[in-house]
Design a protein around this ligand. Structure first.
Ligand SMILES: Cc1ncc(COP(=O)(O)O)c(C=O)c1O
Length: 427
């Protein structure tokens, strides 16, 4: 009977649906950050600490829905006119206008001159992808090589995103493990030695994973060389407001480079500063030399976006638009951002104090308070980092990066004493 069934089956489906179909597909390793989170969740130790997560946690280690976002969600719920129709391909028009002003400044000349093309994207990752895809198609590459210079180190997704669109990642020196700060000379000499018209990916603020940003003087020097060499600035801004607690302050470098006339684009995310991680709300802004070029750029971005996501999602974009376009809500948002940034800065100060004043942990810990944003590069070795995870149930990436938002009043002392022991080799 089984044979007869097989015979009938093969008459209708003559192709072979065998277990060999995917035999050439290698098993990929799981994403390291998500793997870390899964290991943390599976751990039953009551003092366990998760310092891997790149999302804000409140002082009780819970995700935080911003009060202003809650308020706006109520408004949306009570506005029956807000239907579930498709958005335009390039996104909610009110959102793209407001998002561009937020990052480029309300008085941006580039915006006033119609030189900015903004497309709503699938959060910051989508903006990076669309920006990279656009460059891979349309950038005036010198020679037949498509390459991008990334900071060493950088967000782990950057090389993957560029590889996906056929742009090979190269690296410029950024972090100096000796000073636990910026390798400014290395960065500058890379800018100088790269072929003219090279593409440089630059973290706009709160560099991930190091928390090390250039000073304004250093930005000045970087912009000067970028202009001289005609390099292209691929700015990634995932943490506006998170670095200093001030939206304008954190957008300073981006606005400065636009004002200086550097050819550039900006990837913008509202995941962190609005706590809208899962809603995937972001934007890509491409600054062109003129209005007519900006229109052509927009037409091509529409074509690319259409074939990939067709239309961006509306919910998160509506939330952000309502906040950005209402003066009172905007003020509330700024207060919420200060709450998040302030808590992170407090944790930095507290950790620094315990390590230096109470425990007298060997080494210099100034970088804990000098680094900016959600992440801190502790400078510990991979062995010390592994020991923290294996022996103290503290989950962090092996490169020694910790997410400051994983620290709170309840666990900071446990973390500091474990770190102290790891550094002394007594854990
Ligand atoms: C440097 C950097 N760029 C972009 C992103 C994109 O995040 P999302 O896609 O959630 O907006 C992140 C998130 O961690 C990041 O750290």
């Amino acid at each position: 009977m089984a044979d007869r069934l097989k015979q009938i089956y093969s008459q209708f489906f003559p192709f072979k649906m065998s277990s060999e179909l995917w035999q050439n597909v290698p098993l990929a390793p799981p994403d390291s950050i998500f793997k870390l989170t899964a290991a943390y969740k599976a751990d039953s130790y009551d003092k366990k600490v998760n310092l891997g997560v790149g999302a804000y946690r409140d002082d009780n280690d819970k995700p935080w829905i911003l009060p202003v976002v809650r308020k706006v969600e109520e408004i949306i719920l009570n506005t029956p006119a807000l239907d579930h129709e498709y958005l335009p391909i390039t996104g909610l028009p009110e959102f793209t206008v407001a998002a561009a002003k937020l990052i480029l400044g309300p008085d941006s000349r580039a915006i006033a001159e119609g030189r900015v093309t903004t497309v709503q994207t699938i959060s910051g990752t989508g903006a990076n992808h669309l920006g990279a895809l656009f460059l891979s198609r349309f950038y005036q590459w010198t020679g037949d090589k498509k390459e991008v210079y990334l900071s060493d180190p950088t967000w782990a997704n950057h090389p993957a995103i560029f590889n996906n669109v056929g742009i090979a990642p190269l690296y410029y020196p950024y972090y100096d493990p000796k000073t636990l700060g910026l390798n400014f000379d290395g960065f500058l000499s890379s800018l100088k030695s790269a072929p003219s018209g090279s593409v440089f990916l630059i973290h706009a603020c709160a560099h991930n994973p190091t928390g090390v940003d250039p000073t304004r003087d250093q930005w000045n020097a970087i912009a000067e060389i970028m202009l001289e060499k005609g390099h292209y600035g691929f700015f990634d801004c995932a943490y506006q407001g998170f670095a200093s607690g001030d939206l304008d302050n954190d957008a300073w470098a981006v606005r400065f480079f636009v004002e200086q006339g550097v050819n550039m684009l900006v990837c913008q995310s509202f995941a962190k500063n609005a706590g809208l991680y899962g809603e995937r709300v972001g934007a890509l802004h491409i600054v062109s030399p003129g209005k007519e070029a900006a229109e052509r750029v927009k037409s091509q971005l529409s074509v690319l976006q259409r074939s990939e996501i067709s239309n961006p999602p509306s919910y998160g974009a509506r939330i952000v638009t309502l906040i950005l376009n209402d003066a009172a809500l905007f003020e509330e948002w700024k207060r919420d951002i200060s709450t998040m940034a302030g808590r992170i800065i407090d944790m930095r100060k507290e950790l620094f104090k315990i390590l230096t004043e109470e425990l007298h942990t060997p080494g210099n810990w100034d970088h804990i308070v000098n680094q900016i944003g959600m992440f801190s590069f502790t400078g510990i070795t991979p062995e010390q980092s592994k020991a923290l995870t294996e022996k103290a149930h503290i989950y962090l990436t092996v490169n020694g990066r910790i997410s400051m938002t994983g620290l709170n009043r309840n666990n900071i002392r446990y973390f500091a004493t474990s770190l102290d022991a790891a550094v002394r080799g007594t854990l």
